[in-house]
Design a protein around this ligand. Sequence first.
Ligand SMILES: Nc1ncnc2c1ncn2[C@@H]1O[C@H](COP(=O)(O)OP(=O)(O)OP(=O)(O)O)[C@@H](O)[C@H]1O
Ligand SMILES: [Mg+2]
Length: 235
Amino acid sequence: MENLIEIQNVYKTYQLGKVGSQALNDVSLSVRKGEIVVILGPSGSGKTTLLNVVSGLDKISKGKILYQGKNIAKYRDYKMTRFRKKNLGFIFQTYNLLEHLNVYENVLVGASLGKAKVDINSIIDTVGLKKHRKKYMYQLSGGEQQRVSIARALAKNPSVMFCDEPTGALDEKTGKVVLQSLVEANEKLGTTMIIVTHNPGIALIGDRTVRMNSGKIIEIKENEKRMDPIEIPWG
Ligand SMILES: Nc1ncnc2c1ncn2[C@@H]1O[C@H](COP(=O)(O)OP(=O)(O)OP(=O)(O)O)[C@@H](O)[C@H]1O
Ligand SMILES: [Mg+2]
């Protein structure tokens, strides 16, 4: 499989007064097109920082981040924003949905960010919310709301989805349904997924597991095959 993203010798230092805190310390990783990569590591190990710099939400201190050979670390803000809007999707632990809009309309807002012509109903179907199309957010469970946010992110047909603790606020049963939606989207649409989590069981749903500690990648492991989210151990 061809590489979609190449992270090369990336450093990120946060300046706190006179001292610098090194959140990323010489991180290199290639992500293949259509791959599901799961990033594991203890709190403070740099997982969110890595997502934020790879998705252009934050600047790196040193290194390169190549998307199909183009170094986005060099992009100016307006160019970065345009790139992000067009190509990248985001899922967070909190759902950030529009409360005064129903499911269909929330997904429509996502679609309006991209240029891709998409079938909103079929995306809602992909995340298993067909029956709930007309519901408002307060009428949905946490897992259903997270699936709305996945549908919203998918609606612009991003090439990469960045998921930071997507099941962090969910129980096992709901969390697994949410993971199934992510895998389904990957299989149907070919969306590359980068998932950050504390939960080691989640690593089994992906193609590769990346372990971080103290701002460094300490292990990259290839999974023999993907496990169905229903079957993974939880926590
Ligand atoms: N904006 C910031 N300013 C200063 N330091 C920061 C900032 N963001 C993160 N850090 C520091 O960088 C390090 C890595 O943080 P990061 O949020 O990437 O960890 P994480 O692996 O995502 O942790 P968690 O699992 O708790 O979410 C931590 O030591 C953190 O305190
Ligand atoms: Mg984090």
